[in-house]
Ligand binder design. Structure first.
Ligand code: SF4
Length: 387
């Protein structure tokens, strides 16, 4: 281990307007960013890569929450890490466990606001539904989050940190869970609070770490990002992130979709479909998923099913049918199960896989479209006080 000059570090810290109270959270930093920081702080270039990989391995493979537990690092290096960085995960403020085993977490960090995340255990997989924002700007009328004004975008450490904190809670580290069998979290869906494509850079950086083999090592094919249809950023999901794509469609005419997913007024169904037909790397093995919430008397007729098939013709895709999960104050009702089944049968006959999603965690408001926190954006004066 090279000797680190503490005085140089302190000079740099002053230059960077950093001090002991303002350490950098190393969670969410790419290997490249950490390398640059290490180099800047005087770690010998030939050692930088190895040091970065060691630290990443302790954080993402072994789940360590303290630099002092990184036992193959020298004392000097751990001192350097403690002086400059912290490893703060989001804190679980509240945890609710549904009768069906679904877990809903309310998180906070040292930044403003609280956010929710869900873990859904199934026989063959365990899925974490991540949030990308606190609140949302998009006001989709069937969605509980849509009733909460945007507080802020989540930062990269908060996006990755949701997975880390849930892995802690599930004791899902070192490739094995607490029962010593294969790991519990296998899939990620970016379908919690917020529109991920309005927080593109942080979401991209977070998913990069989640899918990196030296990070959380979850295959890109087990990660799905869902968007309401932010057209300018949709192709970037394939080109810059590389995970799977889902579209919150929910309506087959502009008049209905304008009401359910108001971003449709900006980018309508025809424009959306045109863009999806040109989606990079689209293939039968990497289909787009269309999310379609079934609302009684609103979008669940056979005519809707017929229009839907026409709309998605030529797009390798599947349709997830989601029975509506009511929330306090919602104006919609769930479609009758027989109607959902008829709708699904029509899609299947037309050649589209159309599973009906089983509501999970609805007794604790953890099901699809039910997430919301009490956080509000503080007025400017208050916001400044908290900086
Ligand atoms: S469905 Fe998604 S984009 Fe629409 S309001 Fe809810 S969180 Fe926002």
């Amino acid at each position: 281990m090279e000797k680190i000059n503490t005085f140089d570090i302190m000079d740099d810290l002053q230059n960077d307007t950093l001090n002991k109270k303002q350490k950098i959270n190393i969670l969410g930093l790419s290997q490249k960013a950490i390398s640059q920081y290490f180099q800047k702080k005087g770690i010998k270039e030939k050692n930088v890569n190895m040091r970065v990989k060691q630290v990443w391995s302790w954080i993402y493979s072994h789940g360590k929450i303290s630099f002092d537990d990184m036992t193959n690092l020298s004392k000097d290096f751990r001192f350097f890490l403690n002086e400059n960085f912290n490893l703060e995960r989001p804190i679980i403020v509240k945890k609710q466990v549904s009768l069906d085993g679904t877990r809903k977490y309310l998180f906070k960090t040292n930044k403003i606001g609280e956010f929710e995340t869900v873990f859904i255990p199934e026989e063959d997989r365990g899925t974490v539904c991540l949030s990308s924002q606190i609140g949302c700007t998009l006001n989709c009328s069937f969605c509980h989050t849509g009733t909460q004004s945007l507080v802020r975008n989540l930062e990269t450490f908060e996006i990755v940190g949701q997975v880390l904190a849930i892995k802690d809670d599930l004791m899902d580290w070192d490739g094995k869970n607490k029962h010593n069998t294969k790991r519990t979290i296998s899939n990620i869906v970016m379908m919690g609070m917020g529109e991920p494509l309005y927080n593109f850079d942080n979401v991209k950086d977070g998913i990069d770490i989640i899918m990196n083999n030296e990070g959380l090592a979850i295959s890109r094919r087990r990660i799905t990002l869902s968007t309401s249809g932010v057209l300018p950023n949709i192709h970037r999901v394939a080109l810059e992130i590389g995970c799977l794509l889902a579209i919150s469609l929910h309506g087959t005419t502009d008049s209905v979709r304008d009401l359910l997913v108001p971003i449709n007024k900006k980018w309508n169904i025809a424009e959306l479909m045109l863009s999806l037909k040109k989606y990079p790397k689209l293939s039968n093995s990497e289909r787009i998923t269309f999310e379609y919430v079934m609302l009684s008397g609103v979008n669940d007729s056979l005519e809707d099913a017929k229009r839907l098939v026409k709309l998605i013709q030529g797009i390798p895709s599947k349709v997830n049918l989601i029975p509506f999960n009511p929330w306090p104050g919602s104006n919609y009702g769930p479609s009758n199960p027989e109607i959902i089944e008829k709708f699904a049968a029509y899609l299947r006959k037309a050649g589209y896989s159309s599973p009906v999603r089983k509501p999970r965690g609805d007794d604790i408001l953890a099901a699809c479209g039910q997430l919301k926190s009490d956080s509000v954006k503080p007025k400017k004066a208050n916001a400044l006080l908290q900086i």
